[in-house]
Design a protein around this ligand. Structure first.
Ligand SMILES: [Zn+2]
Length: 330
């Protein structure tokens, strides 16, 4: 077992469908008599060639998730996996697009099921989950508005954030400003995927036009020293997913990844897995790889988790509880 497996961790960037263990998806497909040709590699893991193909395989694999009950089981499966890697608190991206096609009544049913799965996992494994409602950028601004209305109507103790995922190359952040304004007015905290497939301008636009406090990925900010300085000065938190970036070919090797340089420049970085089984990673694997590539040890990871705790979209009682659990670690 890796020395990092039981180290207490906070994860801020995980897509619920992207966390689906392949064996869970295979099981669901066989129960429903659905054929998933081309989704799996010979060793049983998910198979894809590049980012475009990844999105296709992702949609095919998750097409077997069709009912609230499926999402209850999915939530339990993903949280059990995370808890097995020392995660004590996690935020998951949830998309009304996949949960009832952005119909509010259907979304409420899916959300109740996900909440029940999360409550069961918390009782069984002690892991706490909060949800970030997330439109899919390449589905366009009109669908994002519908998603924002679902988010606004269900904002509360469990749904605490709003973000945007999908293909960053589709449209501009300002096209989604209405959706983000709607979510902000409902009291939701904001993040956006940016600076992954597009460069520094995309990060700047997310900050200026969507007024987010965290950035999903954001790593390509490193290409602009002025932006790095701004991120550090304003305390913008990056949800960095190193294994995802390497798996999708953004950087050839982890050693080339800018996470250490961003951190040295004073940017608040955190570590997450994004869509772990798709990228053949886990939180333990991320820590193992970062320790090897950059010589990081317990003090580095403890600091990264303190940053994540302060950046978590949760209330102060939960924050106090997770900070205590981080401090209690050996
Ligand atoms: Zn993501």
């Amino acid at each position: 077992m890796s020395e990092w497996q039981e180290f207490p961790k906070i994860e801020l960037h995980l897509h619920i469908e992207g966390g689906a263990p392949p064996e869970f998806i295979r099981q669901l497909a066989s129960e429903k008599g659905v054929s998933l040709e081309g989704v799996f590699a010979e060793d049983g893991a998910y198979a894809f060639r590049d980012f475009g193909h990844f999105l296709q395989v992702y949609e095919a694999a998750t097409s077997v998730l069709r009912t609230p009950e499926d999402y209850l089981r999915l939530t339990r499966a993903v949280l059990a996996e995370s808890a097995g890697h020392g995660v004590i608190y996690t935020e998951m991206f949830l998309s009304p697009d996949f949960c009832g096609g952005r119909d509010l009544a259907a979304w409420r049913e899916y959300l109740a099921a996900i909440g029940e799965g999360a409550a069961q996992a918390e009782r069984e494994h002690g892991i706490i989950m909060r949800g970030i409602v997330t439109p899919i950028r390449h589905f366009g601004p009109d669908k994002a508005k519908e998603t924002a209305l679902c988010a606004a109507e269900t904002a509360g103790d469990f749904i605490t954030g709003f973000g945007i995922g999908g293909d960053e190359r589709a449209g501009k952040p300002r096209d989604f400003a209405w959706a983000f304004d709607c979510a902000r007015e409902a009291g939701l905290r904001l993040t956006a995927h940016a600076g992954e497939w597009e460069g520094p301008d995309s990060v700047r636009a997310a900050l200026d036009d969507l007024r987010v406090e965290r950035i999903g990925h954001g790593v390509r900010a490193i290409e602009d020293p002025g932006l790095v300085e701004r991120l550090a000065r304003d305390g913008v938190v990056l949800e960095v997913c190193p294994g995802s970036n390497v798996a999708l070919g953004l950087y050839p090797r982890l050693e080339d990844h800018p996470i250490a340089r961003l951190r040295e420049a004073g940017v608040k970085v955190t570590v997450s897995t994004d869509d772990p089984p798709f990228f053949r990673t886990t939180m333990t694997q991320e820590y193992d790889d970062l320790a090897r590539a950059f010589g990081w040890g317990a003090e580095d990871f403890a600091e990264i988790n303190r940053v994540a705790a302060q950046a978590a979209f949760c209330d102060e009682a939960i924050r106090d509880a997770i900070v205590k659990r981080l401090e209690a670690a050996p």
